[in-house]
Structures are given as C-alpha cells and as structure tokens.
Design a protein around this ligand. Sequence first.
Ligand SMILES: C[S@@+](CC[C@H](N)C(=O)[O-])C[C@H]1O[C@@H](n2cnc3c(N)ncnc32)[C@H](O)[C@@H]1O
Length: 273
Amino acid sequence: MTNKIECVAEPATTGLKHLSRIARFYDSEIDGYDNGYSTPLCQAEDEVLVHLIQDMVGSKVVDAGCGTGDFLKYFQPTEYVGFDISHQMVKTAQQKYGGTFMVADMHHLSLPNDYFDTLVSFYGPMSYSLNPQALIQEFTRVVKPGGSLIVMPYTKRSGEAQKSSILEKKVLTGDYSTATNPNIEKVFYSTEMLKELFKGFADVRIVGINFAANGIEYADGILQSMLKKEPISAEFYRNYMLWELENIEEKNRPVEYARHALVTARKPGKSEP
Ligand SMILES: C[S@@+](CC[C@H](N)C(=O)[O-])C[C@H]1O[C@@H](n2cnc3c(N)ncnc32)[C@H](O)[C@@H]1O
C-alpha cells in the first residue's frame, strides 16, 4: 500500500503549445500502449534497469512523466506520487495501480522541498523538456540531500532514428518506440551533454542500455513470418541484455549508441537522520 501525501497540481505556465502537443500524442497512444511495451525484449530491458537502480531507490518516490505507472510494477515505495501531462496515461495508471497520480507538468511539481528519497523519470520524459536545466533544478528541489535522481532521456541514436527510414526506425529503436515521432520537439542526449547537466551532483553514473537487441528482435520478426519459426525466447533477450550489461560496465560505451540512456546521481549533501 502507498500512503497519500499532500499535493495540489498547478496548471502548467510555460510552453503550453508544446505541452498540449505531448499530451495529445500520449492520449492518442493509450490503446495498446502497455501491450507494445510488454514484449520479451522490453521486459528484459526493464529487468536490467531494475538491476542497475535497485540500490538507489528509496521509500518516498516521485515519478515524473509516470506514463501508465509501471514503476509500481517493480517497486513498492511507502509514499509515491506520479505526474504525467497526459490525462489518459494518468487515468490508466490509476486504474492499474490505484495510487496517487496527477495530471501536471513535471517542470512545476507541487511538492515540498527536500522531501523525497528518489525522483525517477523512466524511458524518455526528460527529452520532452526544452529547458533541461530548469527541469533538473525542479527534480533536485523535491529530493532530499543525499537523495537520488534516476532519469532516462532519449539518446542521439533515437534522434537519428526519428529522421530515418521505417526500416532503420524498427532496427534502431523497435516498433514500439514513441521517441521517433517527429512532430514533437525533443532533446536527444550524448554522454557529454549528460555529464554537463549533472556536474555538481554526487555519484553520477551515465550508461547506455540496449545497443543491438532491437535489430535482433526485428530480424526475428521477419524470419518468423517467412519461415513460420518459433519466436526467439524471452530467455535469449534476458541473457543478451545481461551480457550487454557486463559490456557496458567494462567498455564504458557512450550512450549515443544505445536505445536508452540511464543517469543515476545523488543530490549533494547529507540527509537528516
Ligand atoms: C515514453 S513515455 C514513458 C512513460 C513512463 N515513464 C514509462 O516508463 O513507461 C513518456 C511520458 O512522459 C510524459 N511527459 C512528457 N513531457 C511531460 C511533462 N512536461 N510533464 C509531465 N509528463 C510529461 C508523456 O506524457 C509520457 O507519458
């Protein structure tokens, strides 16, 4: 069970046209959204993500750009609040998990200062911010000193896919990626950009996740339809992602070649006992 906390959503005050474009797009994606992200590859990606962040997630959590609330599939915080700009995402999250979900712009979180242990923003929301410095400042405000920020902006590779052919889109980011919608302005990140944005934080870690599995998944789909073969097993994707994890850490590959960038960092200072 998650406890409710006091918070009142404020209307967004900046970039209204941009925000309403995002909201309309995600509202229109809601049918089939969860199905699209429950492929064996997506599940393997989630597992790797959970493995990478589990030690950083505290018991009071704010989820910025929470989508359909799937953070709660993997973690059970004692206090949780999820924000999203899309009504449909929030409605679905509430139906699925019944926690505290609010329609609001993540640049203006109506939450107290220095309160949460962790702010998460999984699979893309940060890339929709056209003012990332202000966004990170707001994320940092609500987290207590020593608390963690865990964000996943889209990478340069997703940006390339946005401009390329359908085939390349499928190979680079998968059939299900919303990153490649060209009608909404986004910021695609490199390792250097993320280092710059998070300088001043403690324990900064920047990694890329999934360098090649989308290509494997796509090729497998074609072979399945041509040869009527069985799909590659979920275990294969899991092992592939775990192998990739070892490589990520060993070779320190830049995020721009990956489908997802993951940044974990701590707000400087010590938490009150
Ligand atoms: C690709 S989805 C990821 C959803 C979720 N975090 C997940 O892991 O499944 C990106 C989400 O960010 C939300 N979003 C984008 N800009 C936002 C903003 N300024 N404020 C709140 N939510 C935003 C979108 O509405 C969308 O639900």
